[in-house]
Every structure is written in C-alpha cells, then in structure tokens.
Design a protein around this ligand. Structure first.
Ligand SMILES: NC(=O)c1ccc[n+]([C@@H]2O[C@H](COP(=O)([O-])OP(=O)(O)OC[C@H]3O[C@@H](n4cnc5c(N)ncnc54)[C@H](OP(=O)(O)O)[C@@H]3O)[C@@H](O)[C@H]2O)c1
Length: 325
C-alpha cells in the first residue's frame, strides 16, 4: 500500500529519512480493526520521528502519522483516537499509562491507505465534520482541549496566552479558547502570523517576548526553550503554565525556579487527552460550529511537500493528506 514512512533518522535533514511509496502493511496485534484512511494530518511529532527523536532505530521502517479519519470494513465513518494503551491498562486516564504509545511509535501510523488500531481506538465521526476536519483532531486538537480545560482549568472570562501562533496545537487552542469564552492572546515571531491569529479569533497578537498589557491566568507553551522565561513572566500570581511541547528545544536558558516558587505558579505537564475528552471535543465542534484550521490539503503522495512546509515554518494550521487523491 502507499504510505509515508521513516527509513532512517536524520537530525539535520529529516526529509532524507522520509520515503513515500509502496510498503507491505506491517503486522499488528490480533483483533485490531482496519480503517481505510480517507484523510490523515501531520504533526510536529512526525518530524521528530524523522529526526530520530522518540523513534528507536530497531522500529524502522515505520509508517508515520498519529491522526486519521476513515471508514471501517462495515462502512462506519470513524476517527482514530491516537493513544494506544498497554494491554491490561485499567486506569481511567489513558495519558497516565506509563507504557502508552502514539500510533507510529510502536505500531504503524496513519500516513497510509490503511491503518489498524485497537477496537476501542475508533470513535464515530460526527456527520457534521468532513474526513479532513476530523483527521486534524486526535493529536493537536485533543491536546489543546485538555490543556485549556483540564490542565489549565480555565473558565469563561479568564485570559490565556498561547505561545507560537502558527502551529497546529496553537491554532487549535486559540480557536477552541475563543469559542469557550476565554480572552485569547497569542505570540508569534512573525507579525503576519500574529495578525492572522487575530483574524481567526484571538483577541490580540504580540511579538514573541513582548511585554503584555497585564498578566494572564494561564499560558499554554508548546515552543519550549525560546519562550519559557516569557511564559513565566507573563503569569499572574497563582497562574498556570501548561507545558505541552519543546519545538525550540527542551533546555531554556533559565528554569526560572525562583519566580516559579515566589509568585507562586503552577507548572503543569499535559499530553494528548483521554478518550472521554476526545468525545467531548467532537461534541464541542458539533455544538459550536468551530472547525480545524487547515493550511493545505494535499495528496498523500506529496507528503514530502507538507513536511517541507512544516520545516520551513510556513504553516498556519494543519496539513491534511488524502490517500485517495
Ligand atoms: N504533549 C502532546 O501531547 C503534544 C501534542 C501535540 C503537539 N505537541 C508538541 O507541541 C509542539 C507544537 O507542535 P505543532 O505541530 O502544533 O507545531 P510546530 O510546527 O511545532 O510549531 C509551533 C509554533 O512554534 C513556534 N516556533 C517554532 N520554532 C520556534 C523557535 N525556534 N523559536 C520560537 N518559536 C518557534 C512557531 O510559531 P510562530 O512562527 O508563530 O512564532 C510555530 O508555529 C511540538 O513540540 C509538538 O511535539 C505535543
């Protein structure tokens, strides 16, 4: 089948590690359900995999991709929940399973004509969403939903600062946050992206690192090292810093420990979301009419172009790949 997969790791030139072509469907545990992929979407996670981060060499070649929507053999329209728990995990928060993985880490991912997942990982696709829209939700949008409402515990009327306006996570958080009655501020390295964020629904856009008009209730930070100090400095006493990613690196110049204890702040790690949160996210989109921000929709065969745009920092929203085009 046609798929986009990693054949090696290349930290500096990740496109060298990518192949888009025919590959034999790799084996998966017995009983998993086959989904014919109608649309998949890219995440920074896929780029990390090509760079060798989080994907062990003995797992190669590995079909990339965490997110997809498609059709089962019985004709059910479904969206894939991307957190794969260790068999026997019994906790009620799937993200607390220390042995969990995302599709494309241990098992073949979604950038393919067909993906196989545990039966409990398929969720009915609301008829109101297209396959392309649904395919944007399992990683970036679910992470944004949990970060806003569970990890930052934000309520209507609160102010949230979202670092790095252009990413899939950041655009999700700004659109969901606005629809949920938050005051949404964003930062970007590029004033055009900050303006576009405002056009999309953020109340105000700022240059990365800029002094804000007032301190905020929570910061969602997926950028990491480059924005950490600004995130700490932007919070009110008692505010929440939700860290979900390290696109610019995981080692900030200062950990800002003194400010964190003195203000005092809550620093909360957040990753993906539960299946129950995913169901609520789908309902939230249906109820509010909010839809994912899609930068471009391209054939799966052109996946390398989507990765190149992500590497070049050109994106505003998600890249959707369609195997059938
Ligand atoms: N914890 C989880 O479960 C989870 C889920 C989804 C994503 N993530 C993580 O969240 C991060 C965001 O992923 P994504 O796919 O949404 O977007 P992304 O492509 O990683 O980009 C995020 C944004 O960060 C800013 N940025 C990028 N490089 C930067 C640098 N060197 N210095 C300063 N700012 C920089 C850019 O915003 P501007 O150009 O507008 O400044 C960019 O649009 C990734 O690290 C990803 O692994 C984690």
């Amino acid at each position: 089948m046609l798929a986009a997969y990693a054949v090696t790791a290349d930290a500096d030139a990740p496109l060298n590690a990518l192949r888009v072509g025919q590959i034999e469907p790799p084996p998966v545990p017995a009983g998993w359900v086959e989904v014919e992929v109608r649309a998949a979407s890219l995440n920074h996670h896929d780029l990390f995999s090509l760079r060798g981060i989080g994907l062990a060499e003995d797992r190669l070649p590995m079909i990339l991709g965490c997110d997809a929507a498609g059709v089962t053999a019985e004709g059910r329209e479904v969206v894939v929940y991307a957190v794969i728990n260790e068999p026997g995990f019994t906790g009620n928060d799937e993200t607390y399973d220390p042995r969990r993985s995302l599709l494309s880490e241990l098992y073949p991912g979604t950038l393919a004509e067909v993906v196989r997942v545990p039966a409990e990982n398929i969720v009915a696709k609301p008829a109101e969403l297209t396959f392309g829209e649904a395919a944007c939700l399992p990683t970036a949008w679910l992470t944004a939903y949990r970060a806003l409402f569970t990890s930052a515990a934000l309520r209507p009327g609160d102010t949230v600062l979202i670092q790095g306006a252009g990413g899939g996570f950041a655009t999700a958080a700004m659109v969901i946050g606005r629809a949920a009655g938050l005051r949404v501020w964003v930062t970007s390295r590029d004033h055009r992206r900050a303006e576009r964020a405002v056009w999309l629904g953020a109340h105000q856009g700022f240059e990365q690192g800029a002094r804000l008009p007032e301190r905020v209730d929570a910061v969602l930070d997926s950028v990491g090292a480059a924005t950490w100090s600004h995130s700490v400095n932007s919070l009110k006493p008692g505010g929440r810093l939700v860290t979900v990613g390290t696109t610019s690196g995981a080692e900030p110049r200062s950990a800002e420990l003194t400010k964190i204890f003195f203000k005092p702040l809550h620093v909360v790690g957040s990753t993906m979301g539960t299946r129950a949160e995913f169901a609520r996210l789908l309902q939230f989109l249906v109820s509010t009419g909010v839809r994912p921000v899609i930068d471009r929709t391209i054939p799966l065969a052109d996946a390398a172009d989507g990765f190149a745009a992500m590497i070049g920092g050109e994106l505003f929203g998600k890249v959707v790949l369609e195997p059938g085009r």
